[in-house]
Design a protein around this ligand. Structure first.
Ligand code: SAM
Length: 343
């Protein structure tokens, strides 16, 4: 498939992706695979018997074609996620090509850190400068209970090796769960005192049919923040960068790093949402928490041109919902699977 003209004057102009609520969409999150080397009880609790075959995933070539069109429409930042993006073969080669695409200013990755120590040099060389590492506990036994795998030491080694390199940002994503890891919130916040990490607490979302979300696990960011301030002192707000997304970020007195809060339920950021998602099976999704998707893979594999991809991107953005339904009294489950959508 060659969907691009070799004549630059025939490339469509960057018109910008603006949705029906005047939000400009410049950020694409790509789930590279639904496969994962962990089995977190809230994300992939069952064995992935119905996992996607390699042929069901968009190939790297197809992904690059889509992202090239998206960049022409104003997508500037791409995040690779999954499943676990580092389990996909030759991911760093793909990242290198992605980072060289015209218009793509930043490529980031979200990983569970299991393969980080092995791949850190390649990742850095491929152009990644900002890393998100997911880690819900600092206790090895609890790590095994949450993820089904005895992997804490490996992940921690990956984090330490990341800190030894000159990454512009290393964020630690902690899903905050009452009764599961709430006794570690202070220890996580304390990490930011000594290490230049951004420790971010994410509110637990009722996501996916097979997630084990429970109301009593949910704890709102304001409560976590109050606990941290009580133990460790006042949190001073820190201004975010241009691409810094939905986290509200703070610094503890004298801290090397920062503490962030992502509050999709108690303080949702839909009005500022600049995101579009491409799922592992090649579907465009304009809201993490709304099950409305456009089947881009079928468009591409039935001979679609760059113009067709462009039209699908524009239509998906035009249909981006104003907000999700996770707030208020009526908390609705979103049925899509986190491992395919990518978080
Ligand atoms: N495997 C990679 C990782 O672990 O970072 C990327 C995919 S994972 C689905 C992306 C992020 O979503 C992780 O930080 C994970 O903890 C988070 N996540 C998964 N289910 C969640 C939920 N129900 N609520 C909040 N965060 C969730």
């Amino acid at each position: 498939m060659n969907i691009f003209s070799s004549n630059p004057s025939e490339q469509p102009k960057n018109i910008g992706l603006v949705d029906s609520f005047s939000r400009s969409v410049s950020y694409l999150r790509v789930s590279l695979t639904d496969q994962c080397n962990l089995r977190c009880f809230y994300c992939t609790p069952k064995p992935l018997e119905d996992k996607l075959d390699a042929g069901e995933l968009l190939s790297y070539e197809e992904l690059l074609e889509v992202i090239k069109v998206a960049a022409g429409l104003g997508i500037k930042k791409v995040r690779l996620t999954g499943g676990e993006p580092l389990v996909r073969r030759d991911v760093t080669g793909f990242i290198g090509e992605l980072a060289r695409l015209d218009g793509i200013e930043e490529v980031r990755i979200t990983t569970n850190g299991m393969l980080l120590a092995d791949k850190i040099a390649e990742l850095y060389e491929s152009g990644i400068r900002k890393l998100n590492i997911s880690l819900d506990t600092l206790k090895p036994g609890r790590f095994r209970e949450i993820t089904g795998v005895d992997g804490f030491t490996r992940v921690w080694r990956g984090i330490e090796q990341s800190l030894d390199r000159e990454f512009a940002a290393i964020k630690l994503n902690v899903v905050a769960m009452n009764g599961i890891n709430d006794d570690e919130f202070i220890d996580f916040a304390r990490l930011s005192l000594e290490k230049p990490l951004q420790v971010r607490f994410i509110e637990f979302m009722p996501m996916g049919d097979d997630s084990n979300w429970r109301q009593d696990y949910y704890i709102m960011s304001a409560d976590i923040m109050a606990r941290i301030e009580r133990e460790l002192g006042g949190l001073t707000p820190v201004g975010g960068g241009r691409f810094d997304g939905p986290a509200k970020t703070y610094r503890l007195p004298g801290a090397a790093g920062t503490v962030g809060f992502i509050s999709p339920i108690s303080d949702h950021f839909c009005a500022r949402c600049n995101r579009l998602r491409l799922t592992a099976e090649g579907r465009l999704r304009s809201c993490l928490l709304t099950d409305r998707e456009t089947d881009l893979k079928t468009i591409i594999r039935s001979g679609g041109t760059a113009a067709d991809i462009r039209a699908a991107l524009i239509a998906t953005i035009k249909n981006k919902p104003e907000g999700h339904k996770l707030s208020g009294s009526e908390i609705k489950n979103c049925h899509g699977r986190m491992s395919r959508i990518g978080g």
